[in-house]
Design a protein around this ligand. Structure first.
Ligand code: FAD
Ligand code: FES
Length: 279
């Protein structure tokens, strides 16, 4: 099999998540782990790395924000259209290490997409994990991803959501004015009691958010080598061949995108080096 050649797969469903964000269900049969990504291609437009937002065994899904050429073309597609998929690529979240332990998940914006398979995996095997808490920050109430299914997560894990701004017009919002928390996810972290004993943390969002969340976790007494972050970097091949994603001698596509904080610090402490920004 030539890993440079995409497999053409049919879009079987499209779900609107938030403004400029849709989840695409695609008929692709690859095997994958939480936190891995694929290279998605749209004929005539090119390829983009996208995290897998489904749990293996459930319909394969990608949650995509429309930002430019490839993602814009994808957003104009619908059920029955075909896209190319290569992968899966990269190293995902260390799910084995977390078994039997407590987990703090912190996500910002579209950074919740690569963490959704982690949540789904935990829900499918709830007794295998300790206390699990999700802290999620979105720009506004409209931007909250997976709103409908969050209700299903609630009985099983602790979910706390905050929005940066809440200027909701109750008359135009079909789900009512926002009555939840307002402020950055870093403040939510400050205010929330998180398990520290035998706990891991998985963090994904814009580099600046990950930097402050990591600092906040450490200030709370979190052990730094148990904090993992998912990094973004402009990519081409996705498999360690082109050098496009190289940072300080490491390939984000091959050695990541999930890194232990200690290793990732040299990237996120220099956000100007990190070309791709999630959130
Ligand atoms: C490992 C990995 C996983 C990713 N997972 C997801 C995901 O699950 N969902 C998702 O929506 N996106 C994800 N991204 C980001 C996604 O790859 C980019 O948004 C996409 O490549 C942009 O392609 P484009 O052709 O649409 O935009 P382009 O036409 O290439 O760019 C349009 C504009 O977007 C900016 N841009 C380019 N790359 C990014 C980027 N990475 N983030 C933000 N702005 C960018 C450009 O600077 C330009 O201003 C991921 C990226 C990586 C590296
Ligand atoms: S994208 Fe080619 S080496 Fe990482």
């Amino acid at each position: 099999m030539n890993t440079y050649i995409p497999e053409m797969c049919e879009i079987t469903g499209v779900r609107h998540e938030a403004p400029q964000v849709k989840t695409f269900f695609i008929d692709w049969n690859g095997k994958y782990e939480p936190g891995q990504f694929v290279e998605l291609s749209v004929l005539g437009y090119g390829e983009a790395p996208i995290s897998i937002s489904s749990r293996y065994g459930e319909p394969f899904a990608l949650t995509v924000r429309e930002v430019g050429s490839v993602t814009g073309a994808l957003h104009r597609m619908s059920e029955g259209d075909y896209v190319g998929i290569r992968g899966p690529f990269g190293k995902g979240w260390p799910m084995k290490a977390v078994r039997g332990r407590n987990l703090v998940i912190v996500a910002g914006g579209i950074g919740l997409a690569p963490l959704r398979p982690v949540i789904k995996e935990i829900l499918a095997n709830r007794d295998d994990y300790g206390k699990v808490i999700l802290l999620y920050g979105a720009r506004s109430p409209w931007d909250i991803l997976y709103r409908r299914e969050m209700g299903e997560w609630l009985p099983h894990i602790n979910v706390e959501v905050t929005v940066d701004r809440s200027d909701v017009d109750a008359e135009t919002m079909d789900w009512g004015a926002w009555k939840g928390k307002v402020g950055l996810v870093t403040r939510l972290l400050e205010e929330t009691e998180v398990p520290l004993e035998d706990a891991y943390a998985f963090v994904c969002g814009p580099p600046i958010m990950m930097r402050f969340v990591a600092r906040g976790l450490i200030e709370k007494g979190f052990t730094s080598h148990r904090i993992y972050v998912s990094l973004e970097r402009n990519m081409k091949c996705g498999m360690g061949m082109c050098g496009h994603c190289q940072l300080s001698g490491r390939y984000v596509c091959l050695d990541g995108p999930v890194f232990r904080l200690e290793e990732a610090l040299r990237f996120i402490e220099k956000p100007e080096e990190t070309a791709g920004v999630m959130g």
